[in-house]
Design a protein around this ligand. Structure first.
Ligand SMILES: NC(=O)c1ccc[n+]([C@@H]2O[C@H](COP(=O)([O-])OP(=O)(O)OC[C@H]3O[C@@H](n4cnc5c(N)ncnc54)[C@H](O)[C@@H]3O)[C@@H](O)[C@H]2O)c1
Length: 263
């Protein structure tokens, strides 16, 4: 796929990985539509893209809302006449142990609430599902060549303290195979699915993590630093440009080999 002239919709486009994907694609001549629930930050990113000479539209979008996401996709088609790349980058963390057991008494001090589990599932899993579905159905119905990019994580392997988050990312890593299987079954050509599983990226999400835990995790990262958001954005570009990339989950981890927090 040619990036120049392609139309890309990015959720979570007001920060971190989504912002970087939007700026990178716009810098290469794509027309980008960004959605996020943070309207002020969305405007900041859109203004930066325009100031750099890029083409951008944006709308406040809550990814758990069917109608918000549908409207975002329609905005791309109305404004730019197509929809070729969809990156579902909106996501949250609400870390914690399922059972926080007191080291002295051996009794449970606190348990992860159902709300804490569901909140992450709603945004990361249900929100990404709605985003990918609404983009895919427009690509298929209009015969647009497309690439769908849901965002997984290296923590799909099962990160201590992230029962909620890791569950969503493990599921998303399976979507490229599931979706390409159904496209193949029904003769849908031209819409590819590649999920991206980043390691630890220097975004506000990670900067807001427990910094002691992050320091321990970085000890297991071969490149010995956080990944830059642009390094993830470049992988989206690579996946778009290479038709052979399909039905796979691409790990970009900086060589993270140890998983799990210190005791
Ligand atoms: N940063 C990392 O190390 C890392 C690693 C692996 C995967 N990821 C994934 O990459 C994606 C982006 O993460 P990031 O680090 O850029 O985070 P971030 O916090 O910098 O950005 C996330 C954006 O999503 C938006 N958002 C959150 N909930 C939303 C909702 N319900 N509706 C609409 N917008 C919503 C936020 O407002 C924010 O602008 C997430 O799915 C995250 O799980 C991040």
């Amino acid at each position: 796929m040619e990036i120049k002239g392609a139309v890309a919709v990015i959720t979570g486009g007001a920060s971190g990985i989504g912002e970087s994907v939007a700026r990178t694609l716009a810098g290469l001549g794509a027309k980008v539509v960004i959605g996020d629930r943070d309207a002020a930050q969305l405007q900041r990113v859109a203004e930066a893209i325009e100031a750099a000479g890029g083409q951008v539209a944006y709308a406040k979008c809550e990814v758990t809302s069917d109608s918000d996401v549908a409207d975002l996709m329609d905005l791309a088609i109305e404004r730019f006449g197509s929809l070729n790349i969809c990156v579902a980058a909106a996501g949250i963390i609400r870390d914690g142990l399922m059972l926080n057991v007191d080291r002295e008494t051996g009794k449970v001090k606190k348990a992860m609430t159902t709300e804490q589990f569901k909140m992450v599932v709603d945004v990361n899993l249900v929100g990404s599902f709605i985003t990918i579905r609404e983009a895919a159905l427009r690509m298929v119905n209009n015969g647009y060549k497309g690439l769908l990019v849901p965002i997984s994580s290296v923590n799909k392997a099962g990160q201590t303290g992230q029962m909620n988050y890791s569950s969503t990312k493990a599921a998303i890593a399976l979507w490229p195979k599931i979706l390409v299987g159904e496209f193949q079954m029904r003769g849908v050509q031209g819409v590819r699915v590649v999920s991206i599983a980043p390691g630890y990226v220097g975004t506000p999400m990670v900067k807001g993590m427990n910094q002691d835990a992050l320091g321990k995790i970085l000890e297991g990262v071969h490149i010995a630093r956080l990944i830059e958001p642009e390094e993830i954005a470049n992988a989206v570009v690579f996946a778009a440009q290479n038709e052979a990339m399909d039905a796979t989950c691409l790990e970009i981890t900086g060589g993270l080999i140890a998983n799990g927090l210190a005791k």
